[in-house]
Ligand binder design. Structure first.
Ligand code: NAD
Length: 468
């Protein structure tokens, strides 16, 4: 079984033992990683701090060129990375290749960006310029749903802004990130990119570390709150991309079969383990039964299996804890007789649950109010637009939302009333490196992607020169 070491200051480093990485399709270990220690965290932060002066002074053109090199290397190694990703994360190989393509495109776009200074005043009395300076050492804390892509959502802005970084993958998905680290170690100077691995115990130590200037975090809202508290002691800068409970509102005039397929895809991508998945579908009463039947048909025809097998549409849930959580949601709705399709927990090895359509549920039911983060889509009935907008907005989350209609103007009018960082019309999860991505309410703080996301990895300095 392959063992993957931690990347610290350009060296491959051992910890205090090995952690098995489980393939969720087989429940068997397929690799091991190092059990990192606080001393390893100290060493990684020290290496990043030591690398910072030279990296931050490296001309931007050189830093951009290195990021472009990383983008090309991800493309070249896509298949190897994708196979590792499928084994640890569970997603079908085609989706894992899609994550690599996304990663390549994201890095490629950021390789064209740079922070912009702005002259505020330049006259006979003063020269005043606003500059964006790097912060120092960034900690990038990663979730288990898109490990490689989200690692690069931290690496790219951190490095283009002139910072160095210490990444900590989620304990159940460290392998593809460490393989990405191997590529990084061949491109960037030692200490610019460091990766430590843990048993879900080193996050707090890293996010309170006095030499970490900023934390870029993607993960659950509960952990985001803990990180915010732990960052307060030294006033670290924060970007928090947290949970969501996105509503999709389906108006009465849609083409039902076409819309059903798009909604299904936006709800079940990556086995529903997507922050921006549709997690509640509000369907107009006049088409409710038809939509439920269409979605059920698609769910029944979906192949759930090991992501490495050809023909698999949906893989297993990523880890046992999440699997048990989703089973809990299913037990509730099964007991209430609300399952329209799917719902079977497969009697085999692996964390497999058939894609499930749930009907006749409403606010107050856990499956509607909470983030299920699994292959289960609840359908909720509505009749009145003002009422459905109020219900969609009555959530502590505000990550994304969408409105579906044959009349784009009508849908856009409704979309403008949705309280979320992204709001789509006749689509969902259309994100890109040039498009800012943010969360309202408890879905996050700050912006990722785009120039606005890059700015988050800088601090503002004003140079103010008296000319006479
Ligand atoms: P999680 O919060 O359990 O873990 C994320 C990371 O935080 C892991 O690396 C974990 O080890 C670390 N961590 C745990 N406790 C910590 C602490 N006290 N201090 C510092 N670090 C700590 O999240 P998850 O279960 O891996 O990911 C799923 C969640 O992430 C979902 O809620 C999903 O919606 C959200 N998510 C959001 C986005 C987004 O962009 N908004 C993207 C992907 C996932």
């Amino acid at each position: 079984m392959d063992n993957y070491k931690m990347l610290i200051g350009g060296e491959w480093v051992e910890g205090a033992g090995k952690i098995e990485v489980i393939n969720p399709a087989t429940e068997k270990a397929f690799a091991t990683v190092e059990k990192g220690t606080k001393e390893n965290v100290d060493a990684a932060v020290a290496a990043a701090k030591a690398a910072f002066p030279a990296w931050s002074q490296t001309p931007i053109e050189e830093r951009q060129a290195k990021l472009a090199e990383l983008s090309a290397a991800v493309a070249k190694n896509a298949e190897k990375l994708a196979r590792l990703l499928t084994q640890e994360q569970g997603k079908p190989l085609a989706e894992a290749m899609g994550e690599m393509a996304w990663t390549e495109g994201y890095l490629g776009h950021f390789a064209t960006l740079k922070v912009e200074n702005r002259v505020i005043q330049d006259d006979e009395d003063f020269f005043i310029e606003m500059r964006r300076k790097p912060l120092g050492v960034v900690a990038g804390i990663l979730p288990w749903n898109f490990p490689v892509l989200v690692a690069c959502w931290k690496i790219a802005p951190a490095l283009i802004a002139g910072n160095t970084i210490v990444l900590k993958p989620a304990p159940t998905t460290p392998v593809a990130t460490l393989a990405l680290g191997e590529i990084c170690s061949e491109i960037f100077p030692p200490g610019v990119v460091n990766i430590i691995t843990d048993e879900n115990d080193l996050g707090p130590y890293l996010t309170t570390h006095p030499d970490v200037a900023k934390v870029g975090f993607t993960g659950s809202t509960a952990t985001g709150k803990k990180i915010m508290a732990s960052a307060s002691d030294t006033l670290k800068r924060l970007t928090l991309e947290l949970g969501g409970n996105d509503a999709g509102i389906v108006l009465d005039d849609v083409n039902v079969p076409e819309t059903a397929q798009k909604i299904f895809d936006a709800a079940f991508l990556n086995c529903g383990q997507v922050c921006l998945a549709i997690k509640r579908a509000y369907v107009h009463d006049s088409i409710y039964d038809e939509m439920c039947a269409e979605l059920s048909k698609i769910a029944e025809n979906t192949v759930t299996d090991d992501g490495l097998k050809q023909g698999t549409n949906i893989g297993p849930i990523q880890n046992r804890e999440q699997y048990e959580k989703v089973k809990g949601f299913l037990d509730d709705v099964r007991a209430a007789g609300k399952i329209a399709a799917g719902g079977q927990v497969e009697d085999r090895e692996g964390f497999f649950i058939r894609p499930t359509i749930v009907r006749d549920v409403k606010e107050g039911d856990d499956i509607v109010d909470k983030e299920q983060f699994g292959p289960v889509l609840p359908l909720i009935r509505f009749t009145d637009i003002d009422d459905v907008v109020a219900r969609a907005n009555a959530s502590e989350y505000g990550l994304g939302g969408s409105v579906w209609s044959s009349d784009v103007k009508r849908a856009t009018d409704v979309a403008e009333r949705i309280e979320s960082g992204s709001v789509w019309v006749n689509q969902h999860i259309n994100i890109g490196p040039h498009i800012p991505m943010a969360g309202f309410k408890q879905s996050g703080i700050g912006v990722e992607q785009s120039l606005e996301g890059l700015d988050e990895y800088t601090q503002v300095q004003v140079l103010n020169v008296a000319k006479r």
